[in-house]
Design a protein around this ligand. Structure first.
Ligand code: HEC
Length: 151
């Protein structure tokens, strides 16, 4: 009888552990804003190199990745430490992205390069607006990637 009770308790406790483990792991965790930002940094850098190399397909690819990443941030992390991230991205960053996109579609590479400068300034303005002004992005002009940007 005693053994049976021990077995029942053991089974119950294993079940409860399993349930808790499952609950903890399936809980929706919002992605880290800093991690998403590191993707933005990487994609803008690669976009800058693709525009510098006058490569419309590659530039178009990174413009699309930037759009997807910023939209995901707006959806998943609409606010952060009291700052309205989704709204700020919509107001400060999206118009810049669209402007670069239009320049690439027009194959106007000089305008594209200039607009990437303003886009980078917009990244930094938003860092200032969200109490992270110490994170200063510079336009990426050298290629640290093991990747070719010229067609
Ligand atoms: C909504 C305003 C906003 C915009 C627009 C924005 N950032 Fe950020 N960024 C932040 C905030 C807030 C943090 C701090 C996140 C944290 O504390 O986890 C951050 C952090 C970062 C970091 C630090 C993470 C790391 O990997 O070192 C980098 C880099 C960065 N941003 C790059 C960019 C780039 C590049 C752009 C433009 C393409 C950009 N950000 C646009 C608000 C913004």
């Amino acid at each position: 009888m005693k053994d049976a009770i021990v077995v029942v308790l053991l089974v119950l406790s294993l079940g409860a552990n399993g349930w808790l483990w499952h609950r903890q792991n399936s809980a929706e965790q919002p992605p880290e804003l800093a991690l998403e930002m590191s993707y933005l940094q990487r994609f803008v850098h690669k976009l800058s190199l693709a525009v510098g190399a006058r490569n419309p397909d590659l530039a178009g690819f990174y413009l699309h990745e930037l759009e997807e990443t910023t939209e995901a941030i707006q959806e998943d992390i609409p606010t952060y430490e009291g700052h309205r991230i989704a709204e700020l991205i919509g107001a400060m960053f999206m118009p810049q992205l669209e402007a670069v996109d239009a320049a690439v579609k027009d194959r106007d590479w000089d305008r594209g390069s200039e607009l990437i400068q303003s886009m980078t300034a917009a990244c930094n303005s938003c860092h200032q607006a969200t109490a992270h002004g110490f994170i200063v992005i510079a336009v990426g002009t050298s290629n640290p990637f093991n990747q070719k940007f010229r067609k």
